[in-house]
Design a protein around this ligand. Sequence first.
Ligand SMILES: Cc1cc2nc3c(=O)[nH]c(=O)nc-3n(C[C@H](O)[C@H](O)[C@H](O)COP(=O)(O)O)c2cc1C
Length: 414
Amino acid sequence: MSISRRDFLLGTGFGAAGLVVGAGLPTLLKSDVPSVALNVFDYQKLAKNRLPGIVFDYLEGGSGSERALHHNLAVFEKLSFKPRRLVDISHRKQGITLFGKPQTSPFMIGPTGGNSALWPNADLALARAAKQAGIPFTLSTPAGNSIEEVAKGVDSNKWFQLYVSNREQSKVLAKRALTAGYTTLVLTIDVAVNGLRERDQRNGFKIPMDMTPSVILDGITHPRWSMDYVVNPPQLANFVSDNAADIEAQTQAMNRNLDATFDWAALRQLREIWPRTLLVKGILNADDAVQCIENGADGIILSNHGGRQLGEALSPLQVLAETRRKVDKPILIDSGFRRGADIIKALALGANCVLLGRATLYGVAANGQEGVSDVISILQNEIDNILAQIGCADVNSLNPSYLHEDSVRLMQSI
Ligand SMILES: Cc1cc2nc3c(=O)[nH]c(=O)nc-3n(C[C@H](O)[C@H](O)[C@H](O)COP(=O)(O)O)c2cc1C
C-alpha cells in the first residue's frame, strides 16, 4: 500500500510567509517548531505553536499528578516486536470490519468535547477527514457542531458519544442521534466527577473564557487563532435552544458528570431505547467489561480518558489481554496512542480497533481538516511500514506472538 503524504509546510497553505503571518512572531523565535511534520509529535508541537497556552493546556493536560497521562505513553515502551521473516508481505492489508462495516484502517476518531476552541467548526473538519480516510468519527456530547449539522454535512459512518447527567436529557440526545442516522452510541461512564485538572485550574480555563490580561496577551501572541476565535466563538451546539442561545446558557444546560445513580439497570434501559450498536467507554477492569456485555452492550472501549480523569489510573493496555480472554465481543481501546506501532501493539494484544483522542486533535489544532488528514496518513504509513517489518501481511492476523513474551508479561505486571 502506498499513501502519499503532504509536506506540511509546502502543501497545507501555510507556506513560508503564511507561517510567519499566521502563527505570529513567536513562531520565528521557537526552534522546536518543525518545518515538516513527520509524526504525531511534530503535530503536537505545531498545535502548541498555534494555540494560546491556556487552550493548549486544556487539550494536552491530564488530571492530578498527570501520572496516568505520562504512563499512557510510557507503557508502549515496555512492548517490543518479535518479527517473523521470509513471509510474503508484498500486499499488506490494514482494513478491518467493525460491527459489519468495513473501514480502511484499524483506528478511528474518538469523542472529544470543546473542539471548536481549537479550530472553527473543528467537529465538521474531523468528521470530513475521517470520511475521506474511510474511518468512523465520533461526535461528543459537548461538540461545537450539532448532531444534526454533522449528519447533514458529512454522509459517513458516524458515532455519537453520550454523557448521562440527566436521564431525560440524554434520552432526547440519543433519539436525536438515532433520527440523524448515527450508527453507534458510545456511553461514557468514567466521569462520575470531573478530574482535577490542575493546568486548567491554574490557568482559570473555562468556556467561555474570561478575558483576563494574561488571556488577552496569550491571544495577541497567537493572532491567527484569535481571529478564528472571534469570528467563530465556540458553542456547545447540542444545547443550543431558544432559551440557550449563548455559550453561558448552553454550559448551564450541559452537565458532563454521570448521573450518580446510573447503574447496570440504567444501562439496560438505555439498551432498550438504542436499537443500533451500543458501546460503553471508560472501562478499566475486565470484570466490568464482562458485565457491560451481560447487560446489553455490543462491545466496550477500554479507556482512562487519556489520563484526564483519575490521575493515578492504570493504562487500558494493561488490562487488554485479560479482557480479551474474558470477552468475545469487540474491544476498542484508547489513551496514549501516538504511533502506528502503538496501534499494532494493541491489536496484537487483542483489540479490534483504536480510538484517537489527542493525535487527531493536534492535527485539527495545527491546520484544520488538512492537519487531521495528514495525521491519519502518517499513522497509516507507519502501520503499513511496521506490518512489513514484523512479517505480518494483514492486521487481522495480528496476535501476541508478534510481541516478545517477556515484554508482554512485564507490561501486565506493572
Ligand atoms: C480535549 C479532550 C476532550 C475530550 N472530551 C471527551 C468527551 O467529550 N467525551 C468523551 O467520552 N471523552 C472525551 N475525551 C477523552 C477521549 O475520548 C479519549 O478517551 C482520550 O483522548 C484518549 O487519550 P489520548 O488523547 O491520549 O489519545 C476528551 C479528550 C481530550 C483530550
